[in-house]
Design a protein around this ligand. Sequence first.
Ligand code: HC3
Length: 358
Amino acid sequence: MPEQEAAAVPPQAKGSWSSFLKSMASFNGDLSSMTAPAFILSTTSLTEFSAYWSEMPRLLTAPAKESDPAKRTMLVLKWFLSTLKQQYASRNEKLGSEKKPLNPFLGELFLGKWEDEEGTTQLVSEQVSHHPPVTAYSIGNEKHGVRLQGYNAQKASFRTTINVKQVGHAILHLDQYNEDYLITFPPLHIEGLITGSPYVELNTNSYIIGSNGFASRIDYSGKGWVSGSKNSLHATVYPHGKEKEKSAILYTADGSWTDSFVIKDAKKQPVDTYNAKKEPKTPLQVAPIPDQDPLESRRAWQKVADAIQKGDMNATSAEKSIIEEQQRALRKKEAAEKREWSDDSSGVRIVIPFLRGC
Ligand code: HC3
């Protein structure tokens, strides 16, 4: 084991980390109920992860400005690939390792917006199920008529490491072309678990299926025992039904999702590039905590986050219990009231348990 990796577990946490690893042998697949040592706890809730889809709004809106349908599909692919680093490696980069995010409560909200030359891009992320955890989101840029809506859940298992299958999908809609792109999410696994510096590596493949007759397939690979490099990707854009026909490929993308990739056309000529280290991001604007609704993530978890930051496990558990207790009381109240919510504008009656418990 390399020394610098072994040092990832603080000396005082070595015992709890090895107990955590032993407990993984009987892991039941429920990531939210996994009890992890203090040093690996994050102060960020999973509802915040929805923001990773749009940290570079100009890439999200770029397809809306392209009149050629195959090129539009390529630009959707470029935007999707550009989100991968933020989605899967940014915490590792920022915090030194992947951490265990806060498990959102039902109805938890994360709201924000990006303001730049693309206009306003608005984010609404909501926890729509607590057990199993499901996060839904809607990201919209009205000026360019672009909307991304989706939901995410995870099914995990343990075999030599934590393997995560992502359940859910997202749909990117372009108003101008009345076009939808159905996006699936890659399976992933955790590397570096033994040494206490976990990070995400993506597995197999995922797809983007356009309603315009074109699709993209993205293949992911990592550093194997013998060859390969970390975070590698190979993607192709092709007409529907022609995934296996090499001669039908319209565009390819090759490189790394944490570094850079090149997009080439059918003649193998470079037509576009992306460099994750150089691409400027637009900061997400979130309301100051005192101005947030009590259901908003950073306000609701503030005391828990402070306790985690101080490394105070007793306060962390106590503050988490307060939130859990409030949630139990709310569920009881809702059950007693048999509450129904209605949307007056459409006349549709939405019964909360149906909507929330998906
Ligand atoms: C598996 C994961 C929680 C889920 C995270 C998801 C799939 C959430 C939706 C985002 O769009 C993409 C995404 C990125 C990373 C995924 C997380 C990586 C690790 C985390 C586990 C719950 C934590 C595992 C615990 C430990 C000890 C390894 O940190």
